[in-house]
Design a protein around this ligand. Structure first.
Ligand SMILES: [Zn+2]
Length: 403
């Protein structure tokens, strides 16, 4: 690990079993871990102002290289002062590399694959070609030909000026066989080195670089990838790629992968963030998470809630909520729950009022924040296992924290 106090840093302040509480230091302030990172895919957390996101307790958001390079373009964002200045967010930003997006275009999503929706065969969906150099694809906005490579991804992220950049990796499809995954993991290794070489010469001062462990669901490939990422001198390590077909397999793959990582490295889990996943993977030793779930659910009328038997959510638009005078979730400190009835949010959601989306997004982000903050408190107090068990048994985060 690099260890320069003027730049990125990660310090573990407490451990409880495999779970860790820590602090990330970035040029835009500290981030307490474990943490959940809301998506600001196109340079905004959809529907919210930066002050509302930080007011909900968030210290870092995630911007998307793929989307921001297509519009408004990294040159324009750089000319306007970088992504922090452009979006009015003065706390930490992590940017993904665009790898996941271009390879999802090529292969379809894991959900598509598992559900048998293979309408988009490889090298369709806007991808023109994948080779050792990088990926050529068509912009979904204007059809223009675009190119992403390790160097290009790092250049875009340098222009955006994020605090943490992720290396450009090949994200293999779930259906990829062992040989394909092995070759792809080796390519990701070579791309990692190209990313670090570019960054060493051109990267902005203070920007950290996280490597990404690939290898699909195969233990030996995960180990090989984890070892080369750890040996490459990165600032932190993200776990990416196919984690399996269901939660059970995901727990196995994440658990074995995290156990292969150096204890001192900050560990980020890409694209995972449902309440049960958060407590399970914090228990496995993951420090940070990003996921579309809280914000996306909010846009679809769904509220996170302590309902393990219903995937920790319910549909606010269901008729049974029409006359409910209480809050979305009893005891929740969010603006929706402290200021409005469930009946009001139900009515707004059914009427497709923007305020309804905003209230549900705020609720889901505050709920997720309470969940990870409660986990941190429990780790520091040495009672994480009982916190996790209480959450899985249906306690709200603020109840589990005082249990
Ligand atoms: Zn709430």
């Amino acid at each position: 690990m690099r260890n320069d106090p003027d730049r990125f840093g990660f310090e573990i302040v407490a451990t409880d079993g495999d779970a860790r509480a820590g602090v990330l230091s970035t040029p835009h302030g500290t981030v307490e871990t474990p943490c959940f990172v809301p998506l600001a895919t196109r340079g905004s957390v959809k529907g919210l102002l930066p002050a509302e996101v930080s007011g909900a307790g968030y210290e870092m958001v995630l911007g998307n290289t793929y989307h921001l390079m297509l519009a408004p373009g990294s040159e324009r964002i750089a000319a306007l002062g970088g992504l922090h200045e452009f979006m009015g967010w003065d706390r930490a930003i992590i940017t993904d590399s665009g790898g996941f997006q271009v390879f999802s275009l090529a292969f379809g999503s894991v959900a598509d694959e598992i559900k048998g929706r293979r309408g988009r065969p490889p090298l369709d969906g806007g991808v023109l070609g994948i080779d050792e150099e990088g990926v050529r694809f068509r912009s979904y906005l204007d059809g223009s030909e675009q190119f992403l490579s390790p160097e290009r991804s790092m250049e875009v992220q340098a222009r955006l000026g994020s605090d943490i950049a992720l290396v450009f990796d090949e994200c293999t499809p779930f259906r990829a066989d062992y040989d394909y995954t092995a070759r792809s993991t080796e390519r990701t290794d070579r791309w990692l080195q190209r990313c670090l070489d570019w960054h060493a010469e051109h990267g902005p001062r203070g920007q950290a670089v996280f490597g990404i462990v690939q290898g699909g669901t195969h233990e030996d490939l995960r180990r090989q990838s984890a070892e080369s990422v750890a040996a490459a001198g990165v600032d932190g390590i993200a776990v990416g790629g196919t984690l399996g077909r269901d939660k059970e397999q995901m727990r196995e793959v994440v658990g074995m992968t995290v156990a292969m990582l150096p204890a001192s490295a900050a560990r980020h889990l890409l694209g995972i963030g449902e309440p049960d996943d958060l407590v399970a993977e914090i228990g496995a030793g993951v420090d940070s998470f990003d996921c579309a779930v809280p914000t996306r659910l909010g846009r679809h009328g769904m509220a996170l809630a302590p309902l393990p038997e219903r995937r920790f959510r319910y549909d606010v638009r269901k008729r049974r909520n029409a006359e409910e005078p209480g809050p979305l979730v009893s005891g929740c400190p969010c603006p929706a729950c402290t200021g409005f009835s469930r009946a009001y949010v139900h009515y707004l959601s059914r009427a497709e009022e923007l305020t309804g989306v905003r209230l549900l997004t705020m609720h889901n982000l505050v709920y997720s924040r309470e969940l990870v903050a409660g986990a941190r408190e429990a780790i520091v107090a040495g009672r994480f296992a009982s916190y996790r068990d209480a959450i899985m048994a249906g306690a709200a985060p603020w109840e589990a924290a005082s249990a």
